[in-house]
Write a protein that binds this ligand. Structure first.
Ligand code: ASP
Ligand code: MG
Length: 405
């Protein structure tokens, strides 16, 4: 791996720059990082709910805004934050400059409101850093080859930060947010939940897709692809947060299970009376895929009479569309169950430790929790259970796998 430059990228979300006082706090953090000896690039989101407010304003004008004009509008939010933050740093007599996505050299495709970064020309940023300045880059925006402003999709500032860190070959990318890091499970549900010191990209991706909402999935995928070390931490204290990276230098053996997550946004669909012959599953799932419905867990049971029952889960959002697909396919005998939830354990260590699934099922069984569906990946095991048992399941697994130790 190439040696990293002495640059850090710090990203602050909307809640971290919501008012003047908070912007001054961000200024203090950026200056402190620079005084620590690093070159500092900061990227920020729009203040508080600005992006939502701008969308709401456009709704008052038209139900069908041009997507180009939408990006023209939404990009203003970040432009406000970068200017104010730069002023706050000047106020502390520190050299600093703010740059829009365009000025920072962030080239994207021209898919307005959901553009992808094609490349970053870092010349301007590196020149400003060489002059000793803190460089502030507007998150969430870029420019197309046609020289039009684009935005990267909601939550896109995380992506800006990771892309900058990659292009600048930064030491790491710090994502400042309103939580102190990634927890072994939801601290609102389990009081004893501990902050995770470090985890791998895959563990973070599994945690995120299994319900833990700390980081933008796309940003983690990006970080993994370009090997950018992430540090997720709170903007409201100076405590170390959670590191996300491929390999940790920790001498200690990593725990087998890193986290427990849950998702109450699941709906179980059971289709009865299917013929047990080739092509049946393909037609059902093919049609669901056609409608862009993401199917999560799948279970099939076949009776002696060669009649199959298939159960699958989709998200609450896709429920109605899935129902429509089944009706259109002329399935008559199916039911939707919204009272289910998914609980998952995640850990890279399970690849080398057999028996983890058995343990999980035992911990759930001891709580009197019935498992309705199971799915696994190399580093995750998920179970569908009754929704009202989610809390006791999370607690039992957290305790059982000794995540409180
Ligand atoms: N301001 C944009 C949004 O609210 C981008 C971001 O916050 O990351 O989606
Ligand atoms: Mg945001």
């Amino acid at each position: 791996m190439a040696i990293k430059n002495d640059i850090i990228v710090m990203k602050f979300g909307g809640t971290s720059v919501a008012d003047a006082k908070k912007i001054k706090n961000v200024a203090r953090k950026a200056i402190k990082a620079k005084e620590g000896g690093s070159k500092v690039v900061v990227t920020v989101s729009a203040m508080g709910s600005t992006t939502d407010d701008l969308i709401e304003m456009s709704n008052q004008i038209t139900g069908a805004p041009s997507r180009r004009e939408m990006d023209m509008l939404l990009s203003t939010g970040e432009q406000v934050s970068i200017a104010l933050l730069s002023m706050a740093i000047h106020e502390k007599e520190q050299p600093c400059i703010s740059l829009t996505g365009n000025q920072a050299g962030i080239l994207t495709d021209n898919i307005y409101t959901n553009a992808k970064i094609l490349s970053i020309n870092c010349n301007r940023i590196t020149n400003e850093l060489k002059k000793g300045k803190i460089v502030i880059v507007a998150g969430f925006q870029g420019v197309s080859r046609q020289n039009d402003i684009t935005t990267l999709g909601r939550g896109g500032s995380d992506t800006t930060a990771v892309a900058l860190a990659s292009a600048l070959n930064a030491k790491y990318c710090e994502i400042y947010t309103d939580v102190t890091g990634v927890y072994a499970t939801d601290p609102n549900m389990v009081q004893e939940a501990k902050k995770i010191h470090s985890l791998s990209y895959d563990e973070m991706l599994e945690l995120a897709s299994s319900g833990a909402k700390v980081l933008h999935l796309r940003a983690v995928e990006f970080a993994k692809k370009y090997n950018v070390v992430l540090h997720v931490r709170s903007s409201f204290d100076d405590i170390e947060g959670t590191w996300i990276m491929e390999k940790t230098n920790e001498k200690m053996e990593r725990p087998i299970i890193t986290g427990v997550s849950y998702d109450t946004n699941q709906v179980k669909i059971t289709v009865h009376g299917l013929e047990d012959k080739p092509g049946i599953a393909a037609s059902l799932f093919g049609q669901l895929a056609e409608e862009n419905i993401n199917v999560d867990l799948i279970v099939q049971n076949v009776s002696e009479e060669n009649i199959a029952t298939i159960s699958l889960t989709v998200t609450e959002n896709d429920k109605d569309l899935a129902k429509k697909v089944l009706q259109e396919l002329n399935y008559k005998n199916f039911e939707l169950d919204t009272e289910v939830g998914k609980v998952s354990i995640i850990g890279a260590g399970m690849q080398t430790h057999p028996g983890i699934a058995a343990k999980m099922f035992k911990f759930l069984g001891d709580e009197g929790i019935n498992i309705e569906m199971i799915s696994t990946s190399p580093i995750r095991i998920s179970c569908i259970i009754r929704k009202d048992k989610i809390k006791s399941a999370v607690k039992a697994l957290h305790k059982g796998f000794e995540l409180d130790k």
